[in-house]
Design a protein around this ligand. Structure first.
Ligand code: FES
Length: 311
């Protein structure tokens, strides 16, 4: 994939001018926004049509359309908001409300690499706070700011469900696990020097705008990118190891199964756990019916509860 936007512009590159069309479909005033150049608009409109066609209702395409405009400019500008609104028949206010709600949408130009340090509880106590503080000092910027060379935008992020690899740093939402202040400094230095960096797991790193096009729903055509995966962490698999040590659960034995020779997928273990929990804590709607196999005490209690059973 080729990045044709190595350095994000400080301002939209389009010529200034009023948005064509005036007020939006609902009569709301349109934000003043310079239009995209005709060739850009035509290209984005074709992409937008492809995205919108995937949904039964066009407004459902708003999130990927916001990613699409971010892939063009590196942030959601007024021009991008106006474009989304026009494509979907929404007001600028409706699009703005969504774009400002989700932290994945930038409200100002940013760098090629969005570096997020998890400062949620577990990562924080294991070093995330220290990494975040050291990166601010090392880069000479505060959270939410971008380095002068346009390479790095630093932010703190909430839990990304990778707590067993804490503390976690993410670059364009790819994982860099078990980070330290030293590894985080090396990471941003490598990115700024153009040496690149390899995530601990998952797809190879690409620039923010390239990532945004993938998030808009277009294929990641880099060789091997889609197949690149990762594994659940040591802590996530602890329950599975215990299960194997203690033998197959009753549910597996009843089904004629034996403990698998290899670790079962985490999903299977979660399903078994869920089934066992339901069997032991029945709700009012799924309580087992009394049968000839029911324990005597259970049958007696049910008999005693009935009108004929009461003395
Ligand atoms: S607390 Fe950082 S990934 Fe969960």
């Amino acid at each position: 994939m080729t990045d044709t936007h190595a350095t994000p512009p400080a301002e939209p590159v389009h010529p200034a001018g009023d948005r064509p069309g005036g007020p939006t479909a609902l009569g709301m005033p349109a934000l003043p926004a310079p239009p995209y150049p005709p060739e850009v608009r035509e290209r984005l409109a074709a992409d937008a049509r492809e995205i919108i066609a995937r949904y039964p209702g066009s407004r459902s395409a708003l999130l990927p359309l916001l990613h699409l405009v971010q892939s063009e400019e590196g942030w959601v500008s007024r021009t991008g908001i106006a474009f989304c609104a026009e494509q979907l028949g929404l007001t600028d206010a409706e699009v703005t409300a969504v774009a400002t709600f989700y932290s994945m949408y930038r409200r100002r130009p940013g760098g090629d690499y969005q570096v997020g340090v998890c400062t949620n509880t577990l990562c924080a106590v294991l070093g995330g706070d220290r990494i975040y503080a050291e990166l601010q000092e090392h880069l000479g910027i505060s959270g939410g700011e971008t380095t002068e060379d346009g390479a790095i935008t630093l932010e703190h992020i909430e839990c990304n469900a990778a707590c067993d690899f804490a503390p976690v740093v993410m670059v364009n939402w790819e994982f860099f696990d078990d980070a330290t202040p030293e590894s985080a400094r090396r990471l941003v230095d490598d990115l700024r020097a153009g040496r690149g960096a390899t995530p601990t797991r998952g797809a190879p790193l690409c620039t923010f705008r390239q990532t945004e096009r993938i998030l808009a729903g277009f294929p990641d055509e880099r060789p091997g990118a889609v197949d690149a995966g990762g594994s659940a962490g040591h802590a996530s698999l602890a329950g599975l190891r215990l299960l194997r040590e203690e033998g197959a659960p009753p549910a597996a034995a009843a089904a004629g199964g034996a403990a698998p020779a290899e670790p079962a997928p985490a999903e299977r273990m979660a399903a078994e756990h869920d089934r066992e929990r339901r069997e032991h804590t029945p709700s009012s709607s799924d309580a087992p019916l009394a049968t000839s196999d029911s324990p005597p005490r259970d049958r007696e209690r049910r008999a005693g509860d009935g009108p004929e059973g009461r003395k």
